[in-house]
Write a protein that binds this ligand. Structure first.
Ligand SMILES: Cc1cc2nc3c(=O)[nH]c(=O)nc-3n(C[C@H](O)[C@H](O)[C@H](O)COP(=O)(O)O)c2cc1C
Length: 186
């Protein structure tokens, strides 16, 4: 796809077929992620790949339960409780794979760098016909020390972007965008 078409056609995908995403494809997407620019070219990112629909769903269930018990202690909007509370709400939307983009350093600009890497990954996935969705709701749970220990992730790394990934059952319609607000400083 042309670059602009990839931008126009990417969507947050919340319904996936059962098809696996191979390790090679995930490696290729991470290869695109690390092409992102970073402050002073520090490249302060690291990645964790989780594959298998059951594994992703099981983590999602635990993250959801933790969130329901601790939502008010996080910086997330408490009104999100209504969205996630229904028993049928799946935090990871049935995805067969997930990539976490982690900041390796507490450098003030490391989070920005990781967001750019995450966007590259989502766009590269779209180019390959794969859907993605950034799951910010899961970030506080992934950043619990106990969870990082369990997943064998270095405790000092911060999870910035949890991104689910898979083959969409269909491509959602665009949500559209508000017109750009531009302050021309002439
Ligand atoms: C930082 C961030 C956090 C997000 N968190 C969630 C989330 O927890 N769950 C979810 O289903 N979608 C999440 N999304 C997806 C957005 O809802 C989606 O990108 C937005 O509605 C625009 O739709 P589009 O991506 O299809 O253009 C998140 C997106 C971003 C950028």
């Amino acid at each position: 796809m042309e670059a602009l078409d990839v931008l126009k056609n990417r969507r947050a995908v919340r319904d996936y077929t059962g098809a696996r995403v191979s390790r090679e494809v995930i490696e290729c997407l991470i290869g695109a992620a690390i092409l992102a620019p970073s402050a002073m070219n520090l490249q302060p990112w690291s990645f964790a790949a989780i594959s298998g629909r059951e594994k992703v769903a099981a983590l999602g269930e635990r993250a959801k339960n933790w969130l329901l018990a601790n939502l008010e202690e996080t910086s997330l909007d408490p009104s999100l409780r209504k969205l996630i509370e229904p028993p049928e709400y799946r935090l990871f939307h049935g995805a067969p794979a997930m990539v976490l983009v982690l900041a390796k350093s507490p450098d003030i600009q490391a989070a920005e760098d990781c967001c750019l890497a995450a966007q590259n990954l989502m766009l590269a996935a779209r180019d390959q016909g794969l859907g993605t969705c950034w799951i910010g709701l899961s970030r506080p749970w992934f950043n619990l020390t106990s969870v990082k220990h369990e997943l064998k992730l270095p405790e000092q790394f911060e999870v910035i972007a949890p991104i689910i990934l898979g083959h969409p059952t269909s491509w959602p319609e665009s949500h559209g965008r508000k017109p750009a607000e531009i302050h021309w400083i002439d």
